[in-house]
Design a protein. Structure first.
Length: 116
C-alpha cells in the first residue's frame, strides 16, 4: 500500500519561507508523477506544483510561479516543495499526491498558515 506522509508545515510570517516534504513508501515511488495540492477553508483543492517521473518536467500554478519550487529526490523517495515569499493567501492545507495514470494516492496533509 502506497503511503505519503507530509511534513514541514507551520505558522509563518508574510515573506517567510518553508519547505514541505513528502515521503513516499510502499510502492515504486520513483515511477510516480508527484504533485502538491492545497485547499484553503471553503475553497476547492487546487494543484500548485507537479513534477513528472520521466524527465522531471514541472508545472506551477500561476499564483505560485517564481515563488514555489517542486523537486524530487528519488533516492530518498521524497518530494519537496520549497516556498518563498509566502503570502496570507498561501494559507491552506497542503497535500502530497502521487499517481501513475491509473491510481491516485494522497497524503493526509500539512497545514501552512501565513500570518500578516
Amino acid at each position: 500500500q502506497v503511503r505519503l506522509v507530509e511534513s514541514g508545515g507551520g505558522l509563518v510570517q508574510v515573506g517567510d519561507s518553508l519547505r514541505l516534504s513528502c515521503k513516499c513508501s510502499g510502492g515504486p515511488c520513483s515511477e510516480y508523477a508527484m504533485a502538491w495540492f492545497r485547499q484553503a477553508a471553503g475553497q476547492e483543492r487546487e494543484r500548485v506544483a507537479a513534477v513528472d517521473w520521466i524527465g522531471g518536467a514541472t508545472y506551477y500554478a500561476h499564483s505560485v510561479k517564481d515563488r514555489f519550487t517542486i523537486s524530487r529526490d528519488d533516492a530518498k523517495d521524497t518530494t519537496y516543495l520549497q516556498m518563498i515569499s509566502l503570502k496570507p493567501e498561501d494559507t491552506a492545507g497542503y497535500y502530497c499526491y502521487a499517481g501513475d495514470g491509473l491510481l491516485d494516492y494522497w497524503g493526509q496533509g500539512t497545514q501552512v498558515t501565513v500570518s500578516s
